[in-house]
Design a protein around this ligand. Sequence first.
Ligand code: DLL
Length: 432
Amino acid sequence: MIWNKEIECMGSQEMRALQTERLKQLVNHVYTNVAFYRKRMNEMGVKPSDIISIDDIVKLPFTYKTELRDHYPFGLFAVPMKDIVRLHASSGTTGKPTTVGYTKNDIENWREVLARCLTMAGVSANDIMQVSYGYGLFTGGLGVHYGAETIGCSVIPISGGNTRRQLQLMSDFGSTVLACTPSYALHLADAISENGYSLADMKLKVGVFGAEPCTENMRMELEKKWNIKAYDIYGLSEIMGPGVANDCIQHTGLHIHEDHFFPEIVHPDGKEPLADGLEGELVFTTLTKEGIPLLRYNTRDLSTLNRETCKCGRTLVRMKKITGRSDDMLIIRGVNLFPSQIEHVLLEMGETSAHYMFYVDIVNNLDTLELKVELDETQLTDTIRDLQNLSRKIEHALNSAIGLSVKVTLVEPKTIARSEGKAIRVVDNRKK
Ligand code: DLL
């Protein structure tokens, strides 16, 4: 099923015409109503009348997260507060959060893109959907909730946390769809038997997992553990929240709702746009947003774009699964390392659980790496020799995959702290 065939399967010329029309309106809107953009455009010598086609987007200024923080809380809003019907904020790790505001139309558009995403994942009005993303200032819970209601699902707005209750309601209410972070889905799966349930008690068919990177191996692991179809949903609060893109049954990239969010890929150093297929930072322009429209917002997420028509029939441009952010990249002894590379190795080996914690320290001016990984309950062994062999094997696999030596420590099942939202899997003690 396709929720909005007209848009999702639109020809490229027609889509470009729609994007051009919307970009012109957007630029007029921000130039007139946001002092920050008017100033930036004046400095660059660009006027709204210079934007004639979607290709002219390259004439416009980029926007960065620091600029949203600098204008905290409402400095980049483009409408008066009386037209804002909802506020969300993303919890920054340092300093002030970034605040976003939605008009009624923004909420309608958000519903629409979410309805498309969920339909892409095979969800329909016949489903009972357990929304275990956090409700509140985080966009995950309410964002997915509205989309699920739009397609007519029966929504259980349970929010994150309280694992026991999650499983109880999943069993009692017969949830058929689970929406949460992949790390929490993994935790919930591992908690089934210890809470006195079995997979046979659950009716789950589909998982809509996002808000943090999830390797293809991890997605397949979740499918296996739950016996479901798992889909990747992407988004960020600055652009809308969940629902900017989603993968379809083909799992060959996430379809971006490009009639609302125009994507570009730029080089992490020079900022110049990169051709389709080349990896760089993902940049979005919010073509229809009224509350806090953004021009060329740099997400720092690393991806590539693919414009080939997908086997599912959708023409919407696809982005490759996010492999990491240009700013969560660790540099260890001069080697660039993404946490997802470690996860990839572990899951490919399949000899431990998928719960791990990666520690970076500095000893005598030298970076040292330690990976603590939980043993799988089915593979518990008493012999020290077996354990030593297993950790050597993982060390060896990591070394050949990432070119760095890592000390591997195997720990007992359930000893690494579980997350109920986004997982923290790297502790970089060098920054302290
Ligand atoms: O995480 C919105 C969301 C909620 C998306 C629920 C999907 C599901 P923020 O808290 O602003 O918004 O964080 C946005 O999270 O720039 C990415 O780095 C990361 N991220 C989000 N979805 C994915 C994904 C929400 N599917 C930041 N894969 C983004 C990888 C993701 N990273």
